[in-house]
Design a binder for this molecule. Structure first.
Ligand code: UD1
Length: 418
């Protein structure tokens, strides 16, 4: 297994382009199954989650190919063969094939999804939505779903789950007549899926709000779509510059979506400027503590940035408290940062972080994608060398973190040794 060797303590300066969004493109790949013909997704990131999803699409009959940075999905024919756990466990987004296959073929048989171990990750809200739309769902060792959706359903979400909202949208897209979803997730990636489905011929009202009205269509058309910038990758690099020092321009189109991250960082003294081409971030003086941050559904502070912000807070002046309300196991990164000298105390779902002036390099091990990114940030800001095991987690969501940080002047490389 590959590890990452980071020589910390160098400021990050320069400019880089932020890759396409993982969480936006995965639902679009599932949605392509609804569209008989070739869908083109340009600016698609080359990450392992996309590769895993592409394999699943091919298993059900789609043909997937790359034309430079465009992913082409030809879904002229789709057949719902059972999807096995060895494949569905490679990405959490495999659960979206449930809604897409039901919509296209009225039938789906698949193993439960995988993804990073960041909490219990149930799928009850997904199944409740599908049942509410008239489908029959059997939960055994695997999932079996079939039926024809009925128009006029009202689905109420008790929590605004991103994946469950997307699954309901995918299924409702083919139901003739109106489906109403109440209490949905408002994440930008849900909005991207809505607009994609609109282009394909689905009528959707309420995009960006908690309630969506969907009027499906039997005939859907393939779509050419540009994948937006990955707001979490942009946020990760922004936080890295603040932790390691330096000044960088991040070319991206997701500045507004980062508001819940940028606001507390500015309050702590960070110099962050919104520009037409992206975000400029300058480290300047050592930041003060970030006060009290709570992870929440969008537009709140994103759980996907909690670990990286923990790495930054570890070197801010004063005490920061991070409360994790979405994925309970995400505070596990604290134990690894402590190996680097961070002073972090865990109390239930809260991390109390007393900033130290400098972390020191250490051997650490990642247990999930964003936790791995946080440890890279810790390593970049630390004095000395950090050896990070579990590099494969990074590949799930970051196209080439070595390329990007090297372009900003960091010293890091892959190594097989551990
Ligand atoms: C998506 C993102 C992930 C992000 C998360 C929250 C993708 C591929 N992944 O994950 O990066 O961290 O949103 O912003 O887009 N829940 C239930 N029952 C369900 C579904 C979810 O209880 O049926 C709970 C989960 O345990 C969790 C919370 O709802 O506590 C949020 O989960 P959800 O929004 O569904 O996250 P994902 O779609 O899995």
């Amino acid at each position: 297994m590959a590890s990452l060797l980071i020589s910390g303590g160098r400021p990050l300066c320069g400019e880089i382009k932020i890759q396409g969004s993982k969480n936006a493109v995965l639902p679009l790949m599932a949605a392509a199954l609804l569209l008989p013909g070739t869908t083109r997704l340009s600016g698609c990131p080359r990450i392992s989650d996309v590769a895993a999803m592409a394999e699943l699409l091919e298993q059900v009959g789609a043909r997937v190919s790359w034309e430079e940075d465009t992913l082409c999905i030809d879904a002229a024919t789709v057949h719902p063969i059972p999807l096995k756990q060895e494949d569905t466990r490679k990405t959490r987004a495999s659960i979206l094939l449930l809604g897409a296959l039901l919509g296209r073929t009225q039938c789906c048989e698949m193993a439960y999804p995988g993804g990073c171990a960041i909490g219990s990750r149930p799928i009850d809200l997904h199944l409740k939505a599908l049942r509410g739309m008239g489908y029959t769902v059997w939960e055994r060792e695997e999932l079996f779903c079939e039926g024809k959706g009925i128009a006029g359903a009202d689905i109420y979400f008790t929590f605004p789950s991103v994946g469950a909202t997307q699954n309901a949208l995918l299924t409702a897209a083919t139901i003739q007549g109106e489906t109403r979803l109440h209490g949905v997730a408002r994440e930008p990636e849900v909005q991207v899926l809505c607009r994609f489905l609109q282009k394909a011929g689905v009528r959707i009202d309420g995009i960006g709000t908690k309630n969506l009205k969907i009027k499906g269509s039997e005939v859907l058309m393939p779509v050419n779509e540009v994948v937006p910038s990955d707001r979490i990758v942009a946020g990760t690099y922004l936080v890295a510059v603040l932790a390691a020092g330096g000044n960088a321009l991040l070319h991206c189109d997701c500045v507004r979506e980062l508001a819940a991250l940028v606001k507390p960082l500015r309050a702590a003294g960070a110099k962050i400027f919104e520009l037409p081409e992206g975000i400029r971030v300058g480290a300047g003086e050592r930041l003060t503590a970030l006060d009290y941050l709570v992870t929440e559904p969008y537009p709140g502070f994103p759980t996907d940035m909690q670990s990286q912000v923990m790495a930054l807070a570890a070197v801010c002046e004063g005490t920061t408290i991070l409360e994790e309300r979405v994925f309970e196991a995400r505070l596990a990164t604290a134990a690894q940062l402590k190996r680097m000298g961070a002073k972090i105390y865990l109390e239930e779902n809260r991390a109390i972080i007393q900033g130290v002036s400098r972390l020191r390099g250490a051997a650490v091990e990642a247990g999930d994608l964003r936790g791995a990114a946080a440890l890279v940030i810790g390593g970049l800001s630390a004095e000395g060398e950090t050896l990070l095991a579990g590099y494969s987690y990074i590949l799930r969501g970051y196209e080439d973190i070595v390329r990007d940080f090297t372009a900003l002047g960091a010293e890091l490389r892959l190594t097989e040794s551990r």
